[in-house]
Every structure is written in structure tokens, then in C-alpha cells.
Design a protein around this ligand. Structure first.
Ligand code: HEC
Ligand code: HEC
Length: 310
């Protein structure tokens, strides 16, 4: 007769074995469902834009590539970089947008640029990971045309980017709706693209410009955890009137966005991309400030971001 100890060990081993089996099955299901969604094909109606190539348009397009975050994620020369390095969540590489080796610039048509930028869909119909289409879909035809005009002038940089990988934790968060990994599944590809509000110091134009802040500061600009960001990233600040900026004025805001130094003398933490956003004009920053001031006060949501040690 076996001792009770041996029996206990046997049953523990069986229980652990089944548990490991269940975990493996769960992982397999998670990989299957998430891969399926990442490889779905999208057909996007064509939205022709006229990419004029005069020098003032190209200069404006260059500024757009900075204030709309392209250089933040694709690197200063737009030749791609490692954007997120958290293998359990994801190792995310942005694309090389130049016409160099490994870049897409040589083969992309104007229609391909438009589809990738505003719809987050590759020329072959597959969705791009993490391209912020939720915000970029609102770009006007004129702004997209200017961007394309500039992107077509990029000097070639030879850089072959590795493929991005999404780890088990990233896939669980994706399926749970916590990370907007595939923006193409979150937008209406058929609706047209409205014109931009007339540039000026207005709430409407400020809102149009502030679309680019929402990927990090949230759709209502109330801040908090940045979706998909590694755990060591600070929370994004609450930009509503009762939030982190409640003691700021317009001049302090403009100065902070230009110099990276907040009115209280503290520098922005490096995750706040002021280096690229500082290409905004005074008028653009004033419009954003006006828009921020028009937001509903959001009491109780002041994030500790500003006091977190870098
Ligand atoms: C939040 C980071 C982020 C921002 C901001 C961003 N991109 Fe991207 N972009 C990416 C990533 C990551 C990929 C690669 C996705 C993939 O491989 O699935 C990508 C892919 C692309 C592609 C597709 C290239 C290809 O491989 O076919 C184009 C074109 C592009 N981006 C242009 C832009 C432009 C123009 C802007 C600014 C208006 C911009 N991106 C802003 C992260 C970003
Ligand atoms: C890539 C993510 C990202 C984007 C895009 C971004 N921010 Fe931030 N921002 C942050 C983070 C993270 C913080 C908190 C770190 C800090 O306060 O230094 C922050 C802090 C700030 C603060 C300082 C508030 C305080 O007192 O700490 C201001 C002002 C601000 N952002 C404005 C903007 C505006 C305006 C835009 C769009 C034009 C924008 N941000 C776009 C990530 C981002």
C-alpha cells in the first residue's frame, strides 16, 4: 500500500499538470483570437488627396510631421525606431518612411500614404499596429496632402526594421480592450473626412490640434495611464481646467510647451514629447490653451504625474 504522502504527491502532480495544461490551452486560444484580429483585411474606399509640391506646402508638411507626432514615433529622420520595448506587452517598431533600403517611401503611392496615415491600413489591406488612426483619421485632406508632399521629399535612410511582436500580456490587454492595438478596427473607414476648422485662435481649431494629445492624455484629456505604455512610464497629466494645469496661465503654458520647463520650474518628464510639439506656432498653442480652458472641469482627477521623480 502506498503511503498517504506518495498519494498526496501524485495528486498534486496531476493537479499541477492539469493547471499547466489549462494555461497552455488558454494561451493558445488568446494567440489564435488576437492574431486573427491583427490579420483581418480591411477595404478602405479611396480618398484622393492632391499632394502639391510647392515649397510652402512642404514646409508646412514638415511642421505637421512634428506637431502631429510622426517624428515622436518614427524618429527625427522618420526612418523608424523601437517605440515600445516591453517584450511581455510588446516590442513595437515603427516603419522606416524614407525611400531608403527597408523604407516604404520608394513604393508608396499617394493613395497608400493616405490609407496608412488616416486609416491605419497597409497597401495589402492588413492593419498597422498602434498607428494612431483614432486621431489621424480626423486630419483634413489639405493637411494629409501637405504631409504626403513632405514625406515624399525625405532623403533615403537605409534601415530595415524588425517585425513588431506582441507578447502574452499585450494580447490579453488587447482582447480585454485595454490597449488600442489595432486602430483600424476602431474607426469608420467609409465616412468622409471633413475639412479642418479655419486656422486661428478658436476653441474649434484648438480641438483639432489637440487631437494629437489624446493618444496619451485620453479622449477627454483627463490624463491617467497611457494605454500600452510600459509600467515605469508616468501617468499623463489631467489637462482639464481643474487638473494639473489649474494654476497655469496661457503664457506659462506656451513657455512650458516651448522650453520643456513647467511654471513651477520642473522639467517635463521625457515621455511628454515637447521636443517635437514645440514646433507649434504661438497661434496654435493659444488655440490649444483656449480649447483646454473650455473643457468641463474634472475635479478629483489631478494626476500625480508632475510630482513623480523622473
Ligand atoms: C504612437 C506612435 C506613432 C505615431 C504618432 C505615428 N506612427 Fe506611423 N506607425 C507607427 C508604428 C508602430 C507603425 C508600424 C506598424 C506595424 O508595423 O504594424 C507605423 C506605420 C506607419 C506607416 C506604414 C508604413 C508601412 O510599413 O507600410 C506610415 C505610412 C506611417 N506610420 C506614417 C505616419 C505619419 C505620417 C505619422 C504622423 C502623422 C505617424 N505615422 C505617426 C507608430 C506611429
Ligand atoms: C506620447 C505621450 C504624450 C503626448 C502625445 C502628449 N503628452 Fe503631455 N504629457 C505626457 C506625460 C506622460 C505627462 C506627464 C509627465 C510630466 O508631467 O512631466 C505629460 C504632461 C503634460 C503637461 C504638464 C502638466 C503638469 O503639470 O505636469 C502638459 C501641459 C501637457 N502634457 C500638454 C500636452 C499637450 C498640449 C499635448 C498635445 C499637443 C500633449 N501634452 C501630448 C505625455 C504626452
Amino acid at each position: 500500500m502506498k503511503s498517504p504522502m506518495v498519494n498526496l504527491l501524485k495528486w498534486t502532480a496531476i493537479a499541477l499538470g492539469s493547471l499547466a495544461g489549462l494555461v497552455l490551452i488558454a494561451l493558445a486560444v488568446i494567440y489564435l483570437i488576437s492574431s486573427n484580429r491583427m490579420q483581418r483585411s480591411y477595404s478602405v474606399p479611396s480618398h484622393p488627396v492632391a499632394a502639391l509640391s510647392d515649397s510652402s506646402v512642404i514646409a508646412y508638411g514638415k511642421r505637421l510631421s512634428q506637431i502631429r507626432g510622426c517624428t515622436d514615433c518614427h524618429g527625427e529622420n522618420l526612418a523608424g525606431r523601437l517605440v515600445i520595448d516591453a517584450p511581455l506587452v510588446m516590442k513595437l517598431y515603427s516603419s522606416n518612411l524614407t525611400p531608403g533600403k527597408g523604407g516604404i517611401g520608394k513604393t508608396y503611392s499617394d493613395a497608400d500614404w493616405e490609407r496608412s496615415i488616416r486609416h491605419g491600413v497597409r497597401p495589402n489591406g492588413k492593419p498597422l499596429l498602434f498607428m494612431p488612426t483614432l486621431e489621424l483619421i480626423h486630419l483634413s485632406d489639405g493637411d494629409v496632402a501637405a504631409l504626403i508632399a513632405y514625406l515624399k521629399t525625405l532623403p533615403p535612410v537605409d534601415r530595415v526594421m524588425p517585425a513588431s511582436t506582441v507578447g502574452p500580456l499585450g494580447r490579453v490587454l488587447y482582447l480585454a480592450g485595454e490597449i488600442p492595438l489595432v486602430h483600424a478596427e476602431l474607426v469608420d473607414h467609409v465616412a468622409g473626412h471633413p475639412d479642418a476648422p479655419t486656422p486661428g485662435i478658436t476653441v474649434e481649431y484648438g480641438q483639432y490640434l489637440a487631437l494629437g494629445c489624446m493618444g496619451c492624455h485620453g479622449p477627454h484629456l483627463t490624463g491617467g495611464k497611457i494605454p500600452g505604455a510600459p509600467p515605469d512610464w508616468p501617468l499623463a497629466a489631467n489637462l482639464t481646467p481643474s487638473g494639473n494645469l489649474k494654476d497655469w496661465d496661457e503664457a506659462g503654458f506656451i513657455q512650458a510647451m516651448r522650453t520643456g520647463i513647467k511654471p513651477n520650474g520642473q522639467p517635463f518628464q521625457p515621455q511628454m514629447p515637447y521636443q517635437t510639439l514645440k514646433a507649434m506656432t504661438d497661434e496654435e498653442l493659444k488655440a490649444i490653451w483656449l480649447f483646454l480652458q473650455s473643457l468641463p472641469a474634472n475635479t478629483g482627477l489631478t494626476n500625480a504625474a508632475a510630482s513623480t521623480e523622473p
